[in-house]
Design a protein around this ligand. Sequence first.
Ligand code: PGA
Length: 229
Amino acid sequence: MKTLWIIANWKSNKTISEALDWLNIVGPKLQNSENLSADRQDIKVIVCPPFSDLAELKKEIQVNNYSIFLGSQDISPFGIGAYTGEEPAEILKDLVSYSIIGHSERRENFAETDEMVADKFNKAKETGAEGVVCVQGAETPIPEGCNIIAYEPIFAIGTGTPDTPENAQKVAEQIKSEKPDVNVLYGGSVTDQNCNAFISQKDINGLLIGKASLDAEEFLKIVESCGTV
Ligand code: PGA
């Protein structure tokens, strides 16, 4: 069965209690609603909160047996040791199964280079977390062994102006012409209104959602709407 990836990137938003409120609205709906998984597709919902929310969310997901996975929004390119402020894969592995790597906001605000992205990807891999590598187009280098790539054109991120589904499809197709087995997600101003147009494209395997993932009801609308495509 083909997996449809729906990833919420909360960026620097939500206190622990706000995060738990969101989880306890979204979690029960994913658990109880059978129509969320269409026959053709297995929907995998991943939430990437700030680091400080992860431990409480993890406990709540386990206690309630919610069908939600956790991811980090970044990961250290170093291991355990004297790297003040960094979150190493060896510690994150107890909390997350996925890590967003190389988001354009990190490339721009924290001067992340393609080399750093590759180092982070390799670190995540060593401890078993799956890296979701963000690219701006088919020309962005993709680390060897990467299975999930998010095409996120900068003009579309947080602007309310998404790429066209047709262009996103073209980019996804280009990426897959070099790496046929990867999953390509689209991200950038995804809403409940436009999500279906993206995931209906042949080579798009899911969505990376920022702003529209912050409101639990809005996020659920996206998941429900994707489940029916
Ligand atoms: P957006 O963000 O949905 O708010 O445009 C997407 C992202 O940056 O991952």
